[in-house]
Design a protein around this ligand. Structure first.
Ligand code: NAD
Length: 453
């Protein structure tokens, strides 16, 4: 398919104004929901072929989030699309003021591989809800899910409205040359830079959902049982390949040994064995080798086994890790949990602040002062107190990074705003025009002006 032709046809279709009709948007969202429902088993099979991700995990962490987003917009679209009446300043009287959520136009969504369904479909749902056309470029690494997404979308929607473009770097490079009305990218900070540069050439607005090293902190006041359980779940879900997973752990020195033992017990309890239905493999050999290269065998406290045939890496806990170790130099993006300890909480926060702003941060504590310090001092995308990952599941919270971990937000109304332009409009009466606006300007008018403003 000629991508440039599809892009041009989407421009033409957007300019027909059909995509802006709220009933049309709702019909497209309902149709997408039905397509996913009818093909759920195929979606499970494709992702299992790609990296042995089981159906429960796929429903919980992918399809569920897509359905939730569709339902949110089906329920709230009338309200979101209504012009919002706001106050009118005295200087603008007599008149009324409104904000219109204007569709942007032709949008591009580029997805990462680790959650191949929700990272492409949630932005697509949002683009549709906001009245845009959309081309989606999923990651080429999970090829079965990429083909299936292309088949399901392209055979059910006209390509001048919604289209899935298959491909890798060459195809994405071509797409990035077009003059989009919006690019929504999920992936690494390195590729985020390439996207941002390409967008800048055409002054295209971008949202960048990136990654980084997200810390989890456990202090001595925490409920350690709960902390261990929730950290193990958040870290090893999806084979540790989650952008907001706790990348590393900072544990207060006095409870370190006790906590390490609890972590080990929790991992063993779950049974993340090679071939276990609920344990996802590493996406490819390149990442498998990269992750194994981050494991210092002398620091393995638990785990360390692997299988090149199945790309299995056992959940691995590393103890006595320092900030200089290889595992602390890059985003791990795999099932390896380095544990560092701290004596002074303020210093632990300072170390986080010294690094790039993380996408997520998690604190396990029962101490208000510790909580306040984290929230007032450390800049991060989003996070939890006494939990991991769950911030991503709420429609009422913006999801996005800051600094090196991203630009902009989505989910629920935040996504709707991301995919629209807030058009400000003053509606004036044709009577009551103030004389002071017009020359000749006199001292008397100046006095008036100062009083009004
Ligand atoms: P990636 O940056 O390698 O790839 C993302 C997309 O960019 C893919 O569709 C790929 O085809 C395309 N791409 C790759 N190289 C390109 C190039 N040179 N030019 C143009 N396009 C190119 O990322 P990934 O490996 O798929 O995903 C892992 C990264 O994504 C991690 O850093 C992770 O933290 C981050 N991530 C962030 C979020 C989030 O919501 N913030 C979610 C998932 C993953």
């Amino acid at each position: 398919m000629d991508l440039s032709k599809i892009f041009q046809s989407q421009k033409g279709f957007f300019n027909s104004h059909k995509t802006k009709d709220v009933a049309f948007r709702k019909a497209a969202l309902s149709k997408l929901k039905n397509i996913l429902r009818e093909n759920e088993q195929r979606l499970y099979d494709a992702i299992y072929k790609d990296f042995r991700k089981g159906s429960f995990d796929t429903f919980l962490t992918e399809l569920n989030l897509v359905y939730k987003e569709i339902n949110y917009f089906l329920k709230n679209l009338d309200k979101l699309t209504r012009p919002k009446k706001v106050k009118t300043a005295l200087s603008l009287q007599p008149g009324k003021s409104y904000i219109y959520a204007d569709a942007l136009g032709v949008t591009l969504v580029i997805g990462a591989w680790n959650y191949p369904y929700q990272l492409t479909l949630v932005p697509l749902v949002t683009a549709i809800a906001a009245g845009n056309t959309c081309i989606v470029k999923p990651s080429e690494l999970p090829e079965n899910t990429m083909h299936l997404l292309a088949e399901l979308i392209n055979s059910n929607f006209p390509s001048n409205y919604v289209y899935v473009a298959e491909g890798g770097v060459p195809e994405t490079t071509e797409l990035l040359k077009f003059r989009w009305d919006k690019i929504f990218f999920t992936g690494s900070p390195k590729v985020g830079q390439i996207v941002y540069e390409a967008a800048a050439k055409n002054l295209v607005p971008v949202t960048l959902e990136l990654g980084g090293k997200s810390p989890a902190i456990v202090t001595k006041t925490a409920n350690l049982e709960v902390a261990a359980k929730r950290i193990v779940w958040g870290k090893f879900l999806n084979g540790g390949q989650t952008c907001i997973a706790p990348d590393y752990l900072l544990v207060e020195e006095t409870i370190k040994d006790k906590f390490l033992k609890l972590l080990k017990d929790k991992v063993a309890e779950i049974g993340y064995n090679d071939g276990a239905e609920h344990y996802t493999s590493i996406i490819n050999k390149r990442n498998y080798d990269r992750i194994l290269g981050l494991i210092d065998p002398e620091k393995i406290f638990y785990g360390g086994r692997c299988n090149e045939q199945t790309l299995y890496i056992e959940p691995t806990i590393l103890a006595n890790v320092t900030y200089d170790d290889a595992v602390m130099q890059e985003e791990i993006f795999g099932p390896v949990l380095p544990v560092l300890s701290f004596r002074n909480y303020d210093e632990a926060l300072e170390k986080i602040i010294e690094g790039e702003k993380p996408l997520a941060a998690y604190l396990f504590t029962d101490n208000e002062d510790e909580k306040d310090k984290l929230l007032s001092r450390v800049s991060f995308g989003g996070g939890c107190i006494n939990d991991t990952l769950m911030q991503i599941t709420s429609d009422y919270l913006p999801f996005g990074g800051i600094g090196n971990s991203g630009i902009g937000h989505y989910h629920g109304e935040f996504g709707f705003l991301t995919f629209s332009h807030q058009k400000s409009v003053i509606e004036k009466t044709t009577w009551g025009e103030p004389d002071w606006k017009y020359p000749p300007y006199t001292n008397k008018k100046m006095k008036w002006l100062k009083r009004v403003f």
